[in-house]
Ligand binder design. Structure first.
Ligand code: DX5
Ligand code: ZN
Length: 222
């Protein structure tokens, strides 16, 4: 298993999105946080910005939808050409139906869980998803400290997926840096979102490489 690095552009220089995306050309995806000021107390961008970024064809786009009513809004991101579309379990009315719809549009589909959301109810339906996103901060803002408490959730998902022979990606998002990425990798995560760690680094490209190296070493120790 190889690590996947998906830097979050939430706190990049948004006046120069294209330039900021080009800085991380060695990443696997660019993680784009969609916030509606209802599901989370913050507002970012929506479909037109995502479409514009996709059109530049710099990196595959990994959309993280922190919005109410994803049943209504999420399929359009897949239709627009996002490589991966992740919605929140707490917000979806019919998560399985929505997952199928996103897959039918040709995107990978992810299910995100806030730190206090139990994974238990979803363990029997893991095969409906390509990825589980275990939030390692309360969603809404970059730059918050990593919640190590979430590592037991990562472990539970990985164990359940392995037991059933599922090739499930597990993404961690929030507070991922050189200090925390190995813990997440050791617990079983393989997709790493890092926002401030990458964009506050002097050299974003080198930081992506460094995070990939640390994650890879930790994954092979296990
Ligand atoms: C938070 C977002 C994250 C955020 C991560 O709600 O989902 O993607 O940008 O930022 P850092 O890496 O700074 O915690
Ligand atoms: Zn995110």
């Amino acid at each position: 298993m190889k690590p996947t690095i998906s830097p979050s552009i939430l706190n990049c220089d948004i006046a120069d999105l294209v330039g900021e995306l080009k800085k991380i050309s060695n990443a696997d995806f660019a993680h784009v946080d969609i916030m509606d000021n209802h599901f989370v107390p913050n507002l970012t961008w929506g479909l037109p910005v995502v479409e514009a970024i996709i059109a530049r064809n710099i990196l595959p786009i990994d959309c993280h939808l922190m919005i109410e009513d994803p049943d209504r809004w999420a399929p359009a991101y897949a239709e627009a050409g996002a490589a991966s579309v992740t919605f929140h379990a707490e917000a979806a009315g019919a998560p399985i139906r929505l997952a199928k719809e996103i897959r039918n549009q040709g995107a990978r589909v992810g299910l995100a869980l806030k730190p206090t959301t139990d994974i238990h109810d979803y363990l029997d339906v893991l095969d409906e998803f390509d990825m589980i996103l275990v939030m390692t901060v309360e969603p809404g803002f970059g730059g918050q400290p990593f919640l190590e408490s979430q590592m037991s959730k990562v472990r539970r998902v990985r164990e359940a997926a392995d037991k059933r022979g599922l090739e499930l990606a597990i993404q961690v998002d929030g507070g991922i840096s050189r200090k925390t990425i190995e813990k997440a990798a050791e617990a079983g995560a393989d997709v790493f979102v890092a926002g401030s760690a990458v964009y506050r680094a002097e050299d974003a490209y080198a930081e992506v490489d460094e995070l990939r190296k640390l994650a890879s070493q930790a994954m092979h120790r296990h």
